[in-house]
Design a protein around this ligand. Structure first.
Ligand code: ADP
Ligand code: ADP
Length: 227
């Protein structure tokens, strides 16, 4: 069971005068697919990065699986993040890219092999394991990025505009695949997009965020508008 609880979460960046995220409250159920939508600057990425542990929480409490994780490093949170720029290592093969995180964590060779092959099967990448990222299509690269998360059995998936670099046609087919894959592995997911159709297709629940102006007209404060 991996539920997420964001309780009165605030974020103020160093040197900033305003909150980037203010009083964000959300309970996410195990295996739920949540989508954050909202205009640029409303705090979607900041919130996601706080859940991932890549950004410090200024105030409030974050629980993953019932445990407060505010002070845990990203590596000690049971999460995987898929970025829009894929973050693949160009000099490594598909296999090596998927195996890399497991090697770092000292998984044994046979286990790595099993996990990578199983993930490749799920993702339709079995025939591409020896290729380098440059020799893949955009959609295949996106799948490798997901594979790096799947091999670790991460139960929380965080995706920040994962399809925004793909052309329109591929975006539609990858959207369907992402829904299938996350449901197949039973991951609890937060997915960030500014595309309303994407949100409506994928989400169990949509969180609409908004950036409100300060009273004096300066800056913006990210808030939940509607769930
Ligand atoms: P979104 O993902 O919805 O576009 P962000 O979370 O990126 O929004 O940004 C929320 C607010 O925080 C914006 O006002 C943005 O300028 C500010 N912000 C984001 N990252 C930083 C940073 N590293 N330092 C200072 N301010 C930032
Ligand atoms: P994961 O992010 O799936 O846990 P790793 O454990 O291999 O994968 O990554 C370790 C760190 O290196 C993470 O912070 C990750 O964001 C970063 N990283 C992964 N791939 C790349 C890349 N191609 N370029 C730069 N940094 C990367």
């Amino acid at each position: 069971m991996v539920e997420l609880n964001l309780n009165h979460i605030y974020k103020k960046y160093p040197n900033a005068t305003d909150y980037a995220v203010e009083d964000f409250n959300l309970d996410i159920k195990d295996k739920e697919f949540i989508v954050f939508v909202g205009p640029s600057g409303c705090g979607k990425s900041t919130t996601l990065r706080m859940v991932a542990g890549l950004e410090e929480i200024s105030q409030g409490e974050l629980k993953i699986g019932g445990e407060v994780v505010n002070n845990k490093s990203p590596k000690d949170r049971d999460i995987a993040m898929v970025f829009q720029n894929y973050a693949l290592y160009p000099h490594m093969t598909v296999y090596e890219n998927m195996a890399f995180g497991l090697k770092l964590r000292k998984y044994d060779k046979a286990d790595i092999d099993k996990r990578v092959n199983e993930a490749a099967e799920i993702l339709g990448l079995t025939d591409f394991l020896q290729r380098k990222p440059a020799d893949l299509s955009g959609g295949q690269r996106q799948r490798v990025a997901m594979g790096r998360a799947i091999v670790r059995d991460a139960k929380v998936f965080l995706m920040d505009e994962p399809l925004s670099n793909l052309d329109a046609k591929l975006r539609v087919s990858m959207r369907t695949e992402i829904a299938k894959i996350t449901r197949k592995i039973g991951a609890t997911t937060i997915y960030v997009t500014h595309d309303q159709t994407e949100a409506m297709t994928l989400a169990d629940r949509i969180v609409i965020m908004n950036a409100t102006k300060n009273a004096d007209g300066s800056g913006t404060i990210g808030r939940i508008e509607q769930i």
